[in-house]
Design a protein around this ligand. Structure first.
Ligand code: SAM
Length: 221
């Protein structure tokens, strides 16, 4: 399918998400329009990139459904200049969206080498080389070299909130993370750090379905 057609379909999806009040913030809408999902999936899935469902990416993982990504970015309340970390790079799509909101280098961690390569290839082709850095590693341990963070967005489901991620948040900083069962049933938690002793305030945003967060402070692989 021609890129013009892919983009036309993508615009329609973004308008539907806005009409459905999933996208409310015009900055989130602008980011979605700048970073279409078809640039972050393999050729065979490009024609489905505008469908509001998760799609397969290599290594048995998924690129999340657009509405889910929009919900998390709305809750994240990202602003220009914020220091943001993503855990679970996958295709690199969400990290590129985060970059468009903070306009500052973004770090994203991925545990599967094949996906680090996939994300880097997508990001480079979409123009995000030197803007988004994909790090191979266990994101349940965060990424201390760039901490503390204003925002941490985890895109895989954890059994509990990993302590290192709270430690690496600034006071007043926010972590978004699905927490719950091993496969495809979690609750989306918004965790705000309220003091230097790692005390947090937690808000539950209801049921979500993510692949498991596998690591030292997540599920054991
Ligand atoms: N954010 C991604 C995107 O925009 O395409 C989608 C992420 S996918 C739903 C979840 C990803 O988290 C998978 O690529 C998986 O390999 C990764 N993952 C799981 N456990 C991880 C860990 N401990 N550290 C880093 N990545 C992890």
């Amino acid at each position: 399918m021609h890129e013009d057609d892919l983009y036309r379909r993508w615009m329609k999806l973004v308008e539907n998400l806005e009409r459905g009040r999933i996208i409310k913030d015009t900055r989130v809408k602008r980011a979605f329009l700048r970073v279409p999902r078809y640039k972050f999936v393999s050729d065979r899935y490009k024609e489905y990139a505008h469908v509001d469902e998760p799609l397969p990416i290599p290594a048995g993982q998924t690129i999340s459904a657009p509405h889910m990504v929009a919900i998390m970015l709305e809750l994240a309340e990202l602003d220009e200049g914020m220091n943001a970390l993503e855990v679970g790079a996958g295709s690199g799509w969400n990290a590129a969206l985060i970059y468009e909101l903070v306009k500052k280098e973004v770090y994203t961690i991925e545990r599967i080498p094949e996906l680090v390569e996939f994300a880097n290839r997508n990001l480079e082709q979409a123009g995000y080389r030197n803007k988004v850095h994909v790090i191979l590693g266990d994101g349940t341990k965060g990424f201390p070299p760039k901490a503390p963070y204003d925002r941490i967005i985890v895109t895989a489901g954890a059994p509990k909130v990993p302590e290192p991620l709270i430690e690496q948040l600034k006071v007043g900083g926010k972590l978004l993370i699905p927490v719950g069962g091993y496969h495809l049933w979690q609750e989306l938690l918004e965790v705000i750090k309220i003091n230097e002793d790692n005390k947090v305030k937690v808000k539950n945003h209801g049921g979500v379905a993510f692949v498991p967060l596998v690591g030292e402070y997540g599920w054991r692989g």
